[in-house]
Design a binder for this molecule. Structure first.
Ligand code: F0G
Length: 468
């Protein structure tokens, strides 16, 4: 067995900017200790997200030049439709500008009805939508429509150090219980996020997908996949689930989607695109409703808010993501950082997931109480020490207040180091590990943060903080 190497060579590069600790202290203060408010130019290694940050291939760039920008029926749309239908297998594919637009269109339809005058009446109040874990925008698009977003990941998925091959699985017993309690008529759709981003980029097994589909069918509830990291999930199935070791990624993906009624997809992840997404389904009536809403808010159905060139890039990216040499490198290079951190005593979610390392900040900075957001404190210190940008996935992203205004913390306090696809080399990743080791030696001096300004929804993006 040879060393696993990058299955590409680099044709075009981008300069990154070096700053000093003093510079970065000023940058942090000016950004109110929120990584989303830091200008990207001031970041050395940007691990904020793997979304829209992939390096495109020469073939994708060629597709950009070749895009057909016709308003209706463009050639690029038909290529996009052909590739997505091959992999996902649904009857209808509606392009949108990114994943959350797909969520908005889908949930608006599931959480509303049309009255006799054709007006939309929102019906979300009594409704609930279960998932393994809803990611931030998914949750927000459900709660914004007054419905309940319910997380039912298996117990193992809530404990960073517990090893399980498919920590992203939904708890099937809890799902049945939830359906009994809530009533199938109040559950317009069951979702499953692959891989489970809020729970550590952890995969969902084929068996779990199939059984979720059976439960959904038994109760007459549509079953949709949040599919943005579907290829990474399929590769984990190939590695870890019996009976799939000799199947190719395309076959595994086709089987995964065959148990579902549709999906939402952010093409900014496993399609190597910088923008784009789609919502797809088999049901004719749902399709018509979604298409009509799309035309009001996103664009005509053969472009849905995208340029023809974007659809070319997505179609080409979806062909490339199925390459097992790529997926082997991808999963191994994420694990490489995880192994280095683990060897140096940094607590992370284990086993390592697909697109990111998730540091257990509650454990690592145990001197900082949850009310002072240990995850956000670590995010700030990583930037201060090494110019590395990461994101908190803990009580800032998912915490709530009870009716007395008391904080209800999230299950875990994590810091996500998301690895953009095909962007950083092994020495960039070695540097990240070095910064962590240095930071660990002085970690007791790290201070917590407090919120000084916050909006109601998706507060992590725009909140302002100060050091405690
Ligand atoms: N679903 C999941 C599981 C996601 O991770 C994201 C985005 C979305 C939906 C929404 O897609 O950004 O195209 O509107 N996640 C990014 C992240 C932003 O950093 O993990 P979008």
């Amino acid at each position: 067995m040879h060393t696993i190497i990058e299955p590409f060579r680099i044709k075009s590069v981008e300069k990154i900017k070096f700053t000093t600790i003093e510079d970065r202290e000023k940058i942090l203060e000016k950004a109110y200790y929120n990584p989303f408010l830091i200008p990207a130019e001031d970041v050395l290694i940007d691990l904020l997200t793997d979304s829209g940050t992939s390096a495109m291939s020469a073939q994708q760039w060629a597709g950009i030049m070749d895009g057909d920008e016709s308003y209706a029926g463009s050639r690029s749309y038909f290529r996009f439709e052909e590739v997505t239908k091959k992999i996902f297998g649904y009857k209808h594919i509606i392009p949108v500008h990114q994943g959350r637009a797909a969520e908005r269109i889908l949930f608006t339809n599931f959480l509303s009805k049309t009255d006799e005058n054709g007006n939309l009446i929102m019906t979300g109040r009594s409704k609930g939508i279960p998932n393994n874990n809803h990611f931030d925008t998914t949750r927000a698009n459900i709660e914004f429509n007054d419905a309940e977003a319910v997380d039912l990941v298996i117990e193992e998925g809530k404990h960073p150090a517990t090893i399980h091959p498919f920590k992203g699985n939904i708890d099937l017993v809890k799902l049945e219980e939830y359906i009994q309690k809530k009533g199938a008529e109040n559950i317009p759709v069951i979702m499953l996020t692959i891989t489970n981003n809020a729970g550590g980029g952890q995969p969902v097994s084929m068996e779990n997908i199939r059984k979720t589909g059976e439960i959904a069918k038994k109760h007459g509830i549509p079953f949709f996949m949040d599919a943005c990291r579907f290829a990474e999930n399929a590769y984990f199935i190939k590695l870890r689930e019996k009976g799939y070791e000799n199947k190719c990624i395309l076959e595994i993906a086709q089987e995964m989607f065959s148990y579902t009624d549709g999906c939402t997809m952010s093409a900014k992840k496993d399609a190597f695109a910088n923008i784009g997404g789609f919502v797809a389904m088999n049901d004719e009536e749902l399709y018509t409703r979604c298409r009509n809403l799309l035309i009001i808010t996103e664009g005509f159905e053969t472009y849905g808010g995208l340029a023809g060139r974007d659809m070319e890039a997505i179609a080409q990216g979806l062909e490339e993501i199925l390459d097992e040499h790529y997926l082997q490198y991808r999963i191994r290079s994420t694990a490489y950082l995880g192994d280095k951190l683990t060897a140096n005593g940094i607590p992370i979610i284990l086993p390592v997931g697909g697109h990111a390392i998730y540091v257990d900040a509650k454990e690592f900075l145990s001197h900082i109480p949850v009310e002072q957001y240990p995850g956000q404190a670590l995010v700030c210190e990583l930037f201060r020490m090494g110019g590395i940008r990461s994101v908190e996935i803990g009580s800032i992203m998912f915490g709530k207040y009870d009716k007395d205004g008391k904080m209800v913390p999230a299950d875990m306090e994590l810091v996500r180091l998301a690895i953009p696809r095909r962007v950083y080399t092994q020495s960039h990743i070695d540097y990240v590990a070095e910064v962590f080791i240095e930071l660990k030696n002085n970690k007791d001096k790290i201070k917590g943060v407090k919120i000084i300004e916050e909006p109601k929804f998706l507060r992590h993006f725009t909140s302002k903080f100060s050091l405690v």
